[in-house]
Design a protein around this ligand. Structure first.
Ligand code: GTP
Ligand code: MG
Length: 498
């Protein structure tokens, strides 16, 4: 269905009218900024969690831009009430970690000419967004009611390559059990005719893993294994460990990364290839995965879990089920109980609020959003329930951190078709010209998808689903970034602290 530029646009809704009102209030409120000195500070550590391409970097960029210019953040009470007096990006107190390149990402997403999405994240970065807040008195006896009511709220966030997150699922495995899991999948992929899986198994067959460690054999195996992991990832699979093989960060070519799954061997010489790989596996867990989790992921107060359900649906039942299992296993790490290393690490601390959000809702007309919001609940039901049982407040919603489409309705033969329009690269040439195209996306029923995926179907019974990759539009730095429910997401996550 083609929807032209002249189709009906539904954007001039109450939300926008309210947004404009909020803007005036904020500008008025902004005048008082210089005259007040904050007398209280507090830190909120917000964990932005999600697999590779889930939308973390775009979410963080849009969050910072939107708190800096909160015109469209009407569902965030502090913004609506004009109580956010200033938002400043500050160097993170841990000065050794690069600052999140907010300005670069924003420029990429809004620049004149050819705005684009940020590239996949390659390294860890941190940011501290300091908000000067005019806090509301809690009651008449609140001592702040008598005058002292400015507060600085530091919002600490880290951004990291999503590939690293799945490594958390390695922590409660040893080399033998991890290898069994990997080799089962590789064998399955061989039966499916995946070339890289066949090559890996051939390579493994040729190698005597009980013989003395030999650098050449080790590298050939690792190389074949990386090629296989890359192919899996390209097809939308999530459980590709070790994640640093795909996104090494500072560990490019490090020996600790040269290992691959092997058939179990009980009694082998200490100097064998098997033993070497086994000890590298353990070292990787100890020196890479555990510190990453301990230093950066475990200390969070609030968490948003981003899930790109549409990409998983597009990739097919296999990757869809794989994403579900990956998220289930990862989230179990954040809700410790069964695992000793984790229980010790958390020392009774817990995440207070968790938002499970289906991202990129702007691909769909708002009439589909209710359905999209049920996806995280369906896909992550066990995790949501576990979080609820542990006393965390949870919420499930669908959002778009950067809305790049407009809604349109096209009427044909007296039937209304509701969809969205946006910019896509032109299909028929390489010039990367953009076309404004319509897309009448609808979502299949989540229950049916979950069932088909669990049954191991190769294709969806109703056929392949695909979602276009809409592109951002140029805009000026002063223009607020459009979004869908980013304000509601923040109200849930941090509204009570502002
Ligand atoms: N339409 C739309 N697309 C989005 C939105 N957020 C993210 N995307 C798309 O999702 C892709 C991945 O987003 P990122 O924010 O880079 O994902 P990430 O989680 O940081 O990924 P890694 O850095 O690889 O871990 C982008 O390149 C966009 O194509 C959104 O709000 N709307
Ligand atoms: Mg990223």
């Amino acid at each position: 269905m083609g929807m032209g530029k002249n189709g009906q646009d539904h954007r001039g809704t109450m939300r926008e009218i309210v947004a404009r009102r909020g803007a005036t209030e904020l500008r008025r409120a902004g005048k008082a900024v210089e005259t007040v000195i904050p007398d209280r500070e507090r830190v909120i550590r917000l964990g932005v969690t999600g697999l590779s391409r889930a939308g973390k970097t775009v979410f963080i960029t849009s969050l910072v831009a939107s708190l800096d210019n909160p015109e469209t953040m009407v569902e965030l009470a502090a913004a609506r009430e004009g109580r956010i007096k200033a938002a400043n990006l500050e160097p993170h107190p841990e000065g050794t970690i690069p600052r999140f390149p907010f300005e670069d990402h924003r420029r990429t997403m809004i620049r004149q000419g050819k705005p684009a999405w940020p590239e996949g994240t390659k390294k860890l970065s941190k940011l501290r967004l300091s908000l000067l807040i005019h806090r509301k008195p809690r009651n008449l006896l609140d001592r702040d009611f008598l005058g002292r009511h400015e507060e600085t709220v530091h919002l600490d966030i880290i951004d990291f390559p999503g590939e690293w997150l799945v490594d958390l699922t390695m922590m409660d495995k040893d080399f033998a059990s991890w290898s069994v899991e990997c080799l089962e999948k590789i064998t399955f992929e061989t039966l499916n005719g995946r070339e890289e899986a066949i090559v890996y198994l051939k390579q493994l067959k040729r190698t005597n893993t009980e013989a003395k460690f030999n650098q050449e054999n080790a590298q050939s195996l690792a190389k074949a294994f990386i090629a296989y992991l890359k192919a899996l990832k390209k097809d939308g699979y999530s459980r590709c460990t070790p994640g640093r093989l795909l996104q090494p960060g500072d560990l490019e070519n490090a020996a600790i990364l040269t290992f691959a799954p092997l058939h179990s061997r009980d009694k082998v010489d200490k100097k064998s290839l098997y033993k070497k790989f086994e000890s590298r596996f353990e070292a990787y867990k100890r020196q890479v995965v555990q510190p990453f989790f301990r230093n950066h992921l475990s200390k969070i107060d609030r968490q948003v879990v981003l899930v790109d359900v549409m990409a998983a649906i597009q990739a097919g039942p296999g990757p869809f089920e794989d994403q579900r299992k990956a998220m289930r296993d990862i989230l179990s790490v954040f809700q410790p109980g069964r695992n000793l290393w984790l229980t010790q690490l958390f020392q009774g601390r817990r995440v207070e609020k968790i938002l499970f959000a289906a991202t990129k809702a702007d691909h769909l007309h708002h009439s589909q959003h209710g359905k999209l919001s049920t996806y995280p609940d369906g896909v992550l039901r066990e995790s949501v329930q576990r979080a609820d049982n542990k006393g965390a407040k949870t919420r499930v919603m669908s959002i778009a951190a950067l809305r790049v489409t407009e809604e349109h309705t096209v009427t044909e033969d007296n039937v209304n078709y509701e969809g969205v329009c946006g910019w896509l690269f032109s299909k028929d040439d390489d010039s990367r010209e953009r076309e404004f195209v319509g897309y009448p996306g609808t979502l299949p029923d989540i229950g049916a998808l979950l069932k088909e995926a669990r049954q191991g179907e190769k294709e969806w019974r109703d056929g392949r689903q695909s979602f276009p990759k809409f592109l951002p539009e140029p805009r000026s730095r002063e223009q607020p970034l459009p979004h869908i429910r980013l304000d509601q997401a923040l109200e849930f996550l941090i509204g009570d602290l502002l």
